[in-house]
Design a protein. Structure first.
Length: 361
């Protein structure tokens, strides 16, 4: 029987100004979906009694209400998988909250709607009453824990491993379309192409080589892959986090060291000295309560995010991504004396002759 597969929703391609240098564009494409390191991702589960959607009943002209809630046993699988990713020692943290307005990740369990997730920061595009992740089948069934690990991988910014151009897979296209058109997936040709046959760009890959053991790799039965020859009998990933999966999250989200975070003092510019994909973190201890501005200077593409420490946890206040534009990221916020704030700056790439720097005032 064919496995049930993750069906990523389509997202509009980012619109960058024409004429960007290839190196600069590649850095933007590769880094746009990942979070700044040190982020606490808050997740919540939709309530089964009040949250759901109205769907059409095929062939009847009627509609019915479908719950987005999941039983505790289903939620517990997702909680355990968040803990497994967190246990790698990354600079990200996960916290469950009940208030959906405080959650970057909002999780539903609508059966029949497939399993999917927004990829990385694409979750921020969803409305506060919308799902950013869904589980469409029983996660407690044998082997289905991998589904939760897989969707969290997407939430961290990972894409499907079998779509890497480095895989060198030569598909029997019509066999793939036929396989996915049948049960239990019932996919259209467009959905199959988007999630299986389409190659992602070389700047979007999870790692430098194809990893058939990745949690982001689909299991495929025999008869779909023509080349490489050793995979004509199918691909059978173990459903666990591979060494390369762990490498991805530790590369983008290395362990953070908050006590050593340097201070960003008002009216004092600090050179960043970052390479592509690198990040600098600063703390702000406001000397007075007032409106402050935080800005990056120089010819570079950056993401800048401001957090306020609450109960020992950094909470998002403001963010600006200037990638692909001629302007620099600038934030404005009211900071309160006696509270601590964190500024995190991630560089896509530098495209000018000068140094990049950050300052608050």
């Amino acid at each position: 029987m064919t496995a049930r597969y993750c069906s990523l929703p389509r997202q509009p391609a980012p619109a960058y100004a024409p004429g960007l240098a290839a190196e600069r564009l590649g850095a933007l494409v590769g880094g746009r979906r990942v979070w700044v390191n040190g982020t606490v991702l808050h997740y919540c589960f939709f309530d089964g009694d009040t949250d759901g959607s109205v769907i059409a009943v095929p062939g009847t002209g009627r509609t019915r209400w479908v719950s987005w809630g999941g039983a505790k046993e289903q939620q517990d699988v997702v909680r355990e998988c968040f803990e497994e990713w967190r246990g790698l020692g990354t600079g990200l943290a996960f916290t469950e909250v009940r208030d959906r307005s405080e959650a970057e990740l909002r999780i539903g369990f609508q059966h029949g709607d497939g399993s999917w997730s927004a990829v990385g920061r694409d979750a921020l595009r969803a409305g506060v009453h919308d799902r950013t992740m869904n589980f469409g089948w029983d996660l407690t069934a044998p082997g289905e824990r991998a589904t939760a690990l897989h969707q969290i991988g997407h939430a961290l910014g990972m894409l499907h491993e079998h779509q890497s151009p480095d895989a060198g897979i030569h598909w029997d296209d019509e066999a793939v379309y036929a396989e996915l058109a049948g049960p239990p997936n019932h996919w259209s040709r467009a959905r199959t192409y988007h999630n299986v046959l389409r190659k992602i760009g070389p700047d979007e890959v999870n790692g430098p080589v194809w990893d058939p053991r990745s949690i982001m790799q689909f299991a495929f039965p025999p008869g779909l892959i023509l080349e490489p020859e050793q995979y004509r009998g199918g691909v059978h990933p173990p459903g666990t986090l591979s060494t390369a999966d762990k490498g991805f999250v530790l590369r983008w989200y290395p362990p953070a060291d908050p006590p050593r975070t340097p201070a960003l003092v008002p009216f004092r510019s600090v050179p960043l000295g970052l390479g592509p994909g690198e990040q600098a973190d600063f703390r702000i201890d406001p000397p007075e309560t007032r409106a402050y501005t935080v800005s990056v200077f120089g010819d570079g593409d950056t993401v800048v995010v401001l957090f306020e420490e609450r109960d020992g946890e950094p909470r998002f206040l403001a963010g600006h991504d200037d990638g692909g534009t001629p302007s620099n990221a600038t934030l404005a916020a009211r900071l309160v004396k006696g509270r601590r704030y964190y500024v995190r700056v991630r560089l896509y790439s530098s495209w000018g002759p000068g140094e990049t720097a950050v300052m608050c005032w």
